[in-house]
Design a protein around this ligand. Structure first.
Ligand SMILES: *Cc1c(COP(=O)(O)O)cnc(C)c1O
Length: 419
């Protein structure tokens, strides 16, 4: 038997939407190597590709900024998972945002939800305007989007859930109103990952991800991706991907693709863990409030049921701890499994205090208006064991909230006794 007798299909059994998410995650964009049969793609580091005659490359590729095999395969996989026709990847989530904003003509107007990712807020307020693009922010986009639309409005930007308060936006409600005015809708789906939420299915035109988070999932790649269905958008954003050149390396594409193959397993486990931690926090006397879209107490639980796979809450949550900022800081220093660090979506669990870390750049009054108080702690649940995470959170609460009171009391007593 030779290879030509039984050619190795490329891809082996072409995945299609009839297949489930896990099957697509493992197989989409993962052809067997047609010459060696290798099941895992090679990392194609070559920057240039040979041509047999002038302008006649041997295969599909000419120069690696324009396209390369690892990037193509990764993009195919993301497109499959987001039910999109196309995906384009970039050097970071931020570069993805920048390229989408750059695709707008000077004079364009954008309406955005208020509590977007800090870097997105920075780009909207400090970079976009240099290109003549103006952004209006609203905390209640479903309610007042019409009031903000002008003849120049070209784009609506949604992040759902929001960061770090985990509020949800009804994508369908916003898309319906935006589309009446011919306005495109972008959803930053980083917090949910394509496993929990597929914004294009709810009417969005473009879905973006910081691949750095859940899609890569192992905290070792910075990368971004946008997925969509429009051919015209493929031409425009594909042109800018090449012209601006903020592209990911073949190695990063390979790593992110490897991470993506287990996204369904990781996202499921992160939800199980976040649900356990959220419930433990909710029943603790040391906690003021818990923000987790998987809890029935969440004000937008109905949107989660409609928009998220099986109503899953995802791996992210935040909570307000009793004892103010000092207690929040102590909590983050006292956990033993959760690492005190920014970022999210990795296999390892993380904690942080948004008011002095990820959201420190936002003025206090603006921060507090959207619920980012000094005592708010944000948690990214990884895929460790739920019981261990729960126990870690509960012991850290005791140390952060109860022990300082006791030692303060003892000190007071001791001082009084001595003096
Ligand atoms: C991290 C993040 C980004 C930015 O992505 P980078 O890969 O860090 O540039 C954008 N949106 C959200 C929601 C994020 O969490």
């Amino acid at each position: 038997m030779t290879l030509t007798d039984h050619p190795i299909d490329t891809p082996p059994r072409a995945p299609s939407p009839v297949h489930g998410f896990g099957t697509l995650a493992v197989h989409a964009g993962s052809p067997h190597d047609p010459t060696t049969g290798a099941v895992i793609e090679a990392i194609s580091l070559s920057t240039t590709f040979a041509q047999t005659a002038v302008g006649k490359p041997v295969g599909l590729y000419e120069y690696s900024r324009s396209s390369n095999p690892n990037r193509d395969n990764f993009e195919r996989a993301v497109a499959a998972l987001e039910n999109a026709k196309y995906a384009l990847s970039f050097a970071s989530g931020s570069a993805t945002t920048a390229v989408i904003l750059q695709s707008l003509a000077a004079g364009s107007h954008v309406v955005s939800v208020s509590d977007v990712y800090g870097g997105t807020h920075r780009y909207f307020t400090q970079v976009a305007k240099a290109h003549g693009v103006k952004v209006t922010f609203t905390p209640e986009i479903e309610v007042d989007i019409r009031e903000h639309i002008t003849p120049e409005t070209k784009l609506v930007w949604i992040e759902t859930p929001s960061n770090p308060t985990l509020r949800l936006v009804d994508i369908r409600a916003v898309a319906t109103q935006a589309h009446e005015h011919g306005i495109l809708v972008v959803v930053d789906n980083t917090f949910m990952s394509p496993y929990v939420q597929n914004p294009l299915d709810h009417g969005a035109d473009i879905v973006v991800h910081s691949v750095t988070k859940y899609i890569n999932g192992h905290s070792d790649v910075v990368m971004g991706v946008a997925a969509f269905n429009s051919d015209a958008m493929k031409d425009r954003l594909g042109f800018l991907q090449n012209a601006i050149g903020a592209i990911p390396s073949p190695f990063d594409c390979w790593l992110a693709h490897r991470g993506l193959k287990t996204l369904h397993l990781r996202a499921k486990e992160a939800t199980v863990n976040a649900t356990a931690v959220a419930k433990a926090l909710e029943s603790s006397p040391h906690v003021i409030a818990v923000n987790y879209p998987g809890l029935d107490s969440h004000p937008h639980r109905g949107i989660a049921r409609k928009q998220h796979r099986n109503g899953m809450g995802g791996g992210m949550l935040s909570f307000r701890v009793k004892g103010g900022h000092a207690a929040a800081e102590r909590f983050c220093q006292t956990t033993t499994i959760f690492t005190l660090a920014e970022s999210l979506g990795g296999v390892e669990s993380l904690v942080e205090v948004p008011s002095s870390m990820t959201h420190a750049g936002i003025p206090k009054d603006q921060r507090e208006a959207v619920g980012v108080f000094d005592d708010l702690v944000r948690i990214s649940c990884g895929i460790e064991d739920a019981e261990d995470l729960k126990a870690d959170v509960l012991q850290a609460l005791e140390k952060a909230v109860v022990s300082p009171k006791i030692s303060h009391g003892l000190n007071g007593f001791a001082n009084g006794y001595i003096s």
